[in-house]
Design a protein around this ligand. Structure first.
Ligand SMILES: *Cc1c(COP(=O)(O)O)cnc(C)c1O
Length: 345
């Protein structure tokens, strides 16, 4: 039986339709700008974001790093969430490669950065301090779609304080579906946006960095420096085109599955589901005094994959069916039934 993999939406495999579309891709050397399929994907991505240009890159991590390197110089500072991907999960790339100094601060419970707290962290023009240059936001953040009016407020705030503003929109389409709006609307006014094709959208690899044409020209240079210039990348870009044309609306299904999962797990006494956090395709579960390794082992034996942790992050995606959600809930129930029977775990 195929395992039910709730570890991440990055585990999605290309569908038959996507693979067939990839096979037919026309390719060329993208470092020369001659791959028609990459060019088509970049044009499509840019238009969906309401931006002038886009750049196809191997990963979301590289896309964010390119944004940081293009917005900031050595000795500049960016402000980001304490648990933001751009701060916590990219190996310190901005500092290593760009000499760019991070200023983290805690996210609010709704996934936003409190703009008055951001304001207090902007350094005055003084030789003692790094030059605060950039504000980075994330949407969705831990499965939370930022409140609909927040992006525009943050954009205005950045303009008022002479900061550039970047959006790590790895899952921006999930946010758009949640709020019945478009990615273009959410991205409006940002100086740059990064979008992952390889998560819920189901492409095997790749992200798009979107911005104005001048910025993308400079980012393209950095992409080459980082070794991200791919040659006949149209085969991968085709998967991205297919994903953007076919797989955006169906993210709603993942959200519905996540709600069902949250509800089902909520009925199990010994764990606590973070309800308000189940807005898109992620369910967070506080397992209290349960041993994460035991739980993960038992679920694994039942064909359900999770990352063991005190607060579980369960992610729904196109390879997790409605039926699989029921099986997953039963898997948790089985574990708790058996541990109750033994009255230990
Ligand atoms: C996955 C992710 C990235 C990075 O994508 P990779 O392709 O895994 O490098 C960036 N930001 C967020 C919020 C992500 O979830």
């Amino acid at each position: 039986m195929k395992p039910i993999d709730l570890r991440s939406d990055t585990v999605t495999k290309p569908s038959k339709g996507m693979l067939e579309f990839m096979l037919k891709a026309e390719v060329g050397d993208d470092v020369y700008g001659e791959d028609p399929t990459v060019n088509e994907l970049e044009a499509l991505g840019a238009s969906l974001m309401g931006m002038e240009a886009a750049l196809f890159v191997p990963s979301g991590t590289q896309s964010n790093l390119l944004a940081l390197l293009t917005h900031c110089e050595r000795g500049d500072e960016y402000i980001a969430g304490q648990t933001a991907h751009t701060y916590l999960c990219e190996g310190g790339g901005a500092a290593i490669v760009g000499g760019i100094h991070p200023q983290p601060l805690a996210f609010e419970p709704d996934g936003t950065l409190d703009l008055s707290k951001v304001k207090a962290l902007i350094k005055p023009d003084n030789d003692h301090f790094a030059r605060t240059r950039l504000l980075c936001l994330e949407n969705t953040q831990s499965g939370l779609a930022l409140p609909p009016d927040y992006p525009a407020r943050a954009v205005l705030f950045a303009k008022e304080h002479h900061l550039k503003i970047h959006l790590d929109g790895a899952r921006i389409f999930n946010a758009a579906i949640k709020h019945h709006t478009t990615a273009r609307e959410i991205a409006h006014g940002f100086d740059s946006v990064s979008v992952c094709l390889s998560k819920g959208l189901g492409a095997p690899a790749g992200s798009l960095l979107c911005s104005n044409a001048t910025f993308i020209k400079r980012a393209r240079r950095w992409r080459k420096v980082l070794g991200g210039g791919m040659r006949q990348a149209g085969i991968l870009a085709a998967a991205g085109i297919y994903a953007l044309k076919n797989n955006i609306e169906r993210l709603g299904e993942d959200h519905r599955h996540a709600s069902v999962l949250a509800k089902g797990l909520g009925e199990i006494g010994r764990i606590r589901v973070h309800y308000p956090k189940t807005q898109t395709n992620m369910v967070f579960v506080d397992i209290g005094d349960t041993d994460p390794a035991n739980l993960s082992r038992s679920l694994g034996e039942q064909g359900i994959l999770i990352h063991p942790a005190k607060i579980l992050r369960l992610v729904t995606h196109r390879d997790v069916s409605a039926e699989a959600i029921t099986t997953a809930i039963d898997g948790f129930k089985n574990f708790y039934l058996s541990t109750t029977k033994n009255s230990l775990q």
